[in-house]
Design a protein around this ligand. Sequence first.
Ligand code: NAD
Ligand code: ZN
Length: 229
Amino acid sequence: MIRVSDYERVVFFTGAGMSVESGVPTYRGPGGVWKEYDYEAYACQPAFDRDPTNVWEFHNYRRGLVGACAANRGHQLVAAAAEQVSVTVVTQNIDGLHQLAGTQEVIELHGSLWRVRCDACGAREEDREAPKAVLRCACGAWWRPDIVWFGDALDDASIAGAVSSIGACDLLVSIGTSAVVYPAAQLPLIAREAGAKLLEINPEPTPMSAIYDECMRGTATEMLEALCR
Ligand code: NAD
Ligand code: ZN
């Protein structure tokens, strides 16, 4: 039985399943509300270049849905673990719920729904407005959601931060990721190569399950209750 308190440097590597119990829908699982929208068509740079108003309508809809969700017990347990051990969260989520629960060290591999950037002048801004009212930067260009869209490269600094924290951890806990989105899916291998213990929390097996020392088949909140006792 793995316990967080038996380790020193723990990385929680989280995906959409982490936020399911907050009511944030996954893309691939049942009940994906994104089905109303063909999200690949609304979440890519060419769509934004063609019709920024349309892409903003979709992202403001997402802001509304996600903004109504609270951090769940699992997010809180991850935040509380930092009182005992060094904790870094490396997340594929863009919902900001780890930060809302109080985790300080969060690396957002896929950006944030709550941050915008201006590709014309380089400005960035954070807010939790839903819907975001002002869609243009002071320089006049459109704000763009600071999210890694389909076809975008991941941010170098985020990747570097993830690689260094994962390479230095002694326990990696993967939670609620289907492990099919690359390159994020491969990051846990770095922990394995570095000799860390690897634990997967997911109700279902994933294509990466075989690399884990142990798999806990259940929801994020239930399994974190056991792990963080
Ligand atoms: P995914 O949707 O591909 O997979 C979700 C995984 O969570 C599945 O393996 C599923 O079995 C598991 N799961 C379902 N309920 C769970 C629960 N209660 N507890 C634990 N696990 C549970 O998600 P992904 O691997 O993160 O990849 C999807 C991509 O889309 C990522 O970039 C992701 O961040 C992004 N996305 C983000 C959000 C968000 O910010 N909350 C929501 C949807 C998608
Ligand atoms: Zn600007």
